[in-house]
Design a protein. Sequence first.
Length: 178
Amino acid sequence: MSNTIVAKRYAMALLEIAKEKNILDQLAEEARTVKEVFTSNTEITGFLKHPKVSSQQKKQFIDEVFSGVSQEMKNTLMLMIERQRIEEIKQMAADLVDSINDVKSVAEAVVYTTRPLTDAEREAVSTVFAAKIGKQSLIIDNVVDSDLIGGIKLRIGNRIFDGSVSGKLQRLERKLLA
């Protein structure tokens, strides 16, 4: 069975538990944390896959590293380790976040600006662009990028909305050269 299918199944099971216990927001945040930990620290995967590390040591490690997460998330991680599904943990976390966002009609967006956005600006961007993609709101990650000169650039999934001055200049340059 493909790794992505396996990861999706674990994510769907965890999603059902989250719906049942009404902890969607909590599990979405925990899944983001799990994904970030496994993405930024590749040694964790190596340690968990190492044949000389016992299953009990692996579980104890997970229990210590993710001591702040819910029992549901911990149990899922322990089960995945027990079943040698360590490679799928990062994908499971990403799938869980995506599934919870779909249930809540929310999308994650990276907004590039020349300065940090205020709360009012975040709300305005969320309202305008959520309507464009058919969602209720956006979870905004604001990245300050001085190369934009002005305006904003927004990435939602694989869609990019570029209203930056540098983007407009690049489009103008391409038209002039064509």
